[in-house]
Design a protein around this ligand. Structure first.
Ligand code: SF4
Length: 400
């Protein structure tokens, strides 16, 4: 598995696979062909179907030049490799083809070429299954955090502190604004109002909801967030961590250690299954975010390695099969509310695991395998294409 630096990325929403990934690809292509006279970007499969709502066209045009770039939506072109394919094409003054690049945005802002193996090499972590990690840490009598530091080096702690700081900035930015989110759905921001209610009640759950909503609303508005593991699911972990710091008064040191422990879970899903909604549905995005956050919460509350693994497994198990069906292709309905609910579920999963000795019947590794298989079996309508499920329904309420 790769470093956690490749999992937690700072960038602008609303989507790591549809915005950050294509934007990064456009930057790379532009560097090679900065002298091109014009560009064509072909978006395939799920990228074509939900690219508009996820601002894919805006992201690539920003890098290649809005006046020089034509974006074509070709949903019928699909590659088995991954549903988020795109081709960048460059032409010179004489309209001759000077370069083209077929590339895939595979989730979490990562890019892959058609011939690249899907799972990354074990660059940083030599063990890529939780059972093997648990056996290793048991033998060496070390915590999961110590295992992570052994693999990544001490500097990873500084990285985690920066990640927490960016997450909390997104919470505070999201709590400070009200109004309507961009896009045709005209969704009202609700984080600030719920935060006002928290200031009267000081209720733990109210702040969990407010903080998670704040980040998800920021993401929907194109604000700066941390992929945890994706932009669409970026509200879950800050929602959990913010309350443990602000209400339970856990120091930032413990909070950033929890980010590392949660990151290990995200890395396992990314390596052994997928964190891409277009590939496996929302179980891979918000489901993984919930598992990461449950592990983080279990760590903060003093869980053993086994209890942390169980907390993550509970959270993931009860998101299996969750579809991705964003209304009109915007990362708003059901995404924003789902982040808030899953933040609460992460805390419940940790609480449940900590009431046990951590022994349980389905391992996290098997749960991740089930996620992968379930994702494959999901009809494409439920994998970020906005062709089925909630995406087919009419809104029953508007703000007018
Ligand atoms: S439903 Fe889930 S996976 Fe799909 S866009 Fe929303 S957050 Fe992402």
């Amino acid at each position: 598995m790769e470093s956690l630096r490749e999992l937690y990325k700072v960038g602008n929403g609303p989507s790591s696979s549809h915005t950050m990934g294509p934007q990064k690809a456009a930057q790379i292509f532009y560097k090679k062909h900065s002298d091109a006279n014009r560009f064509v970007v072909e978006l395939y499969g799920a990228l074509a179907l939900t690219g508009k709502g996820h601002l894919t066209d805006w992201a690539v045009k920003k890098e290649l030049g809005p006046l020089k770039t034509t974006v074509l939506y070709l949903p019928k072109i699909n590659y088995d490799y991954h549903p988020n394919g795109m081709k960048f094409i460059a032409y010179d003054q004489a309209n001759c083809l000077i370069g083209e690049w077929l590339v895939f945005s595979v989730g979490g802002g990562d890019l892959k070429n058609l011939d690249e193996p899907r799972s990354e090499p074990n660059l940083c972590y030599s063990l890529d299954k939780m059972q093997a990690i648990l056996a290793y840490t048991e033998k060496k009598k070390i915590s999961l955090l110590e295992y992570i530091i052994e693999a990544e080096g001490e500097e990873i702690k500084n990285f985690a502190e920066e990640i927490v700081s960016t997450m909390f900035k997104a919470v505070e930015q999201g709590l400070s604004v009200s109004g309507i989110l961009p896009g045709p759905l005209m969704i009202k921001r609700r984080a600030q109002n719920i935060y006002e209610q928290y200031k009267k009640s000081f209720d733990f759950n109210t702040l969990v909801f407010a903080a998670a909503l704040a980040v998800s609303e920021e993401n929907a508005a194109g604000g700066e967030v941390v992929t945890a593991p994706t932009c669409g699911s970026s509200g879950v972990m800050p929602g959990v961590l913010y309350v443990y710091h602000h209400i339970k008064k856990y120091p930032l040191r413990i909070i950033s250690e929890a980010v590392l422990v949660g990151g290990l879970i995200g890395n396992l899903v990314k390596h052994n299954a997928s964190i891409s909604g277009a590939e496996v549905g929302c179980q891979g995005e918000v489901g993984t975010a919930c598992a990461m956050s449950a592990a983080a919460a279990a760590y903060i509350n003093g869980g053993t390695n086994q209890q942390i693994e169980y907390a993550a497994e509970i959270a993931l198990e009860h998101h299996l099969g969750m579809t991705c069906d964003p209304v009109l292709g915007y990362v708003q309905i059901p995404c924003i509310e789902r982040n808030a609910l899953s933040a609460r579920r992460a805390i419940d999963s940790a609480t449940f695991a900590l009431l046990t000795d951590g022994k349980h019947y389905i391992s996290l590794d098997d749960c991740i395998l089930s996620l992968k298989e379930t994702g494959k079996d999901l009809h494409p309508h439920y994998r970020e294409t906005s062709l089925g499920g909630l995406a087919k329904r009419k809104l029953t309420y508007n703000n007018d």
